[in-house]
Design a binder for this molecule. Structure first.
Ligand code: KIV
Length: 279
């Protein structure tokens, strides 16, 4: 594995070389460290932290302070991958000054190397301002979870002609505004292929088929950390939920039965000291 830090130039080179880019989410130090050790190209501190770790029912409640906290932990762990941080709901809509200030917190204070913003033509002015300030921006089109209440649920986007044409225009507008990459979430495979072929920047798909320049999944989903059925586009590469439940139950049973800890898990002290204590 090449140990050099992954940058926007790496994304460009990988797209040109048709070498698939790998991205997964992390919200804490140990998982981020494992992703980096396994050669994942980009670690996304997604605002999915809201659903996956913080117990919110959408990404809307996630705050800047929460993002900074998690990005800091991930940045401390990652040496090679690009750390991409989501700008949370409304953190890039209030004013240009506020957007730049928030971007500064995620990059200067927390250590992200790039920021991801949801939206198309309507956010291009903000993207331009950030790119002009030297911030690498990743776009996010299709199903944009921060707009779940406007979209009326988590649905595949761009299925009819009007919506598909808008996605094509949005993708080009983001490229013109200076993004170095675009996440395509829950977009029909042929449309994601068309966008990928049209734009000069790397597309990263999630529920967007195999023709994107890279793929991203929420790590907790692909590890099967939660019981139940994940979304259709998630492949479970492990079933950690069952493994963890089994381990926790085994611990409870052993402690209750007095089988744990055995002497092997304890520490001894010299007989001499013990005798003095007993006097
Ligand atoms: O927040 C997130 O994890 C994301 C991915 C689903 C792309 O935006």
């Amino acid at each position: 594995m090449n140990k050099q830090r992954v940058t926007t130039a790496t994304f460009r080179e990988m797209k040109l070389a048709k070498k698939p880019i790998t991205m997964l989410t992390a919200y804490d130090y140990p998982v981020a460290k494992m992703l980096d050790a396994c050669g994942i190209d980009a670690v996304l501190v997604g605002d999915s932290v809201g659903n996956v770790v913080l117990g919110y029912d959408s990404t809307v409640p996630v705050t800047m302070d929460e993002m900074v906290h998690h990005v800091k932990a991930v940045s401390r762990a990652v040496k090679r991958a690009m750390v991409v941080a989501d700008m949370p709901f409304l953190s890039y809509h209030i004013s240009n000054e506020k957007s730049l200030e928030n971007a500064g917190s995620l990059m200067q204070e927390a250590g992200a190397q790039a920021l991801k913003l949801e939206g198309g033509q309507e956010i291009c002015e903000t993207v331009r301002i950030m790119v002009n300030a030297g911030i690498p921006v990743m776009g996010h089109l299709g199903l944009t979870p921060q707009s779940v209440h406007q979209m009326g649920g988590y649905r595949v986007q761009g299925k009819d002609e009007k919506a598909a044409k808008k996605l094509l225009l949005d993708a080009q507008a983001l490229v013109d505004a200076g993004v170095f990459s675009i996440v395509l979430e829950c977009v029909p495979t042929p449309l994601a292929k068309m966008i990928t072929e049209k734009v000069e920047v790397a597309t990263i798909g999630i529920g967007a088929g195999p023709y994107c320049d890279g793929q991203v999944l929420v790590t907790h989903d692909m590890l099967g950390l939660y019981g139940g059925q994940p979304p259709k586009f998630v492949k479970k590469f492990a079933d950690l939920h069952q493994n963890i439940i089994d381990a926790i139950k085994a611990y409870r049973v052993e402690v209750q039965a007095g089988d744990f800890p055995t002497p092997d898990y304890g520490f001894n002290m010299s007989q001499d000291v013990l005798e003095k204590l007993n006097k």
